[in-house]
Ligand binder design. Sequence first.
Ligand SMILES: Cc1ncc(COP(=O)(O)O)c(C=O)c1O
Length: 354
Amino acid sequence: MFNLESIVRPNVLKMKPYSSARDEFKGTASIFIDANENNLGSLAGENYNRYPDPHQKQLKQLIAEIKGVKPSQIFLGNGSDEAIDLLFRMVCRPGVDSMLHLPPTYGMYEVSANLNEVQLEAVQLTPDFQVPVLELLRSIKETTKLIFICSPNNPTGNLIEPESIETILDNFDGLVVVDEAYIDFADAPSWTTRLDEFPNLVVLQTFSKAWGMAGLRLGLAFASEEIISLLDKIKPPYNINEATQQLAIQALSRTEALSDMIEEIVQERELLKQALPNLKPVLKVYPSDANFILVKVTDANGLYNYLLDKGIVVRNRSSLPGCEGCLRISVGTLEENQKLLQTIAAFETKDNRQ
Ligand SMILES: Cc1ncc(COP(=O)(O)O)c(C=O)c1O
């Protein structure tokens, strides 16, 4: 039986969160001299001399409407990387507890585990990049507090079968974190629609991908009110800066433009998927529900360096177990994708001459 209190670190349960000036006074007033701000103004313009809303109320209200959840089910982080780190700090006792992840997958789970002195358990995805559920369940230890499942998975691009995730949620008494950074490009419902069924579910999303706001650093965690209030308790008080909050509020009114961008990226992805297998250096194009494609090629290091030489940077993933010989290619603009295809085709000719 999942019991949140029993998995949260005792010091986190016990501690009092920082109380900011804005927490201690909430009414209206004409003079604010309570937060050691610069009341003369800001060299950056706007209202930036003032600390931002630590609870991001307006932003959370708008996100709640779009995502169909309650504001109290939303945590906002300085990128979803911050939410990943805080999840470790919330439930994993350094030097005692452990987490499980499923490589090849997003590298920050491992980095955060190492930073927080949390033991890392890895269960390799199957050759078609799905979860070997029984093996995963057998690997759970008494100290396992977190399981990270990335869907669509980075760097492989595929969705993880929902039945597998459901079985894990039903059979694990720690937190199951489903990282949906790329869900906007997938033809599948978000796990946010199942929050009320699973008290141990945490869903991560981000404004860095489909929304095109990687530079602003805004990530989301969706979970039960109890989990969210613990994340809020341990976050740095002003983790989402004022510029990001304002720009995100503006962006949230542009959902039509968001849909258009997603549609164009998905269309370009499909064109790349069709064109890439016709090129000689390409051995396999993996299915993708994300804004990138994993491609197995004849000579990953050679092609990577050749593309670099031509001014095109892709991600060389060939050293990751399970991704041998693979490059990960983000979907670019139509022109960029055409240039990429032509350049790979030229490598083919060079390859043939040798
Ligand atoms: C699977 C996955 N999760 C999380 C992130 C981090 O996102 P953010 O920019 O919100 O920190 C990334 C970034 O590439 C990612 O691929």
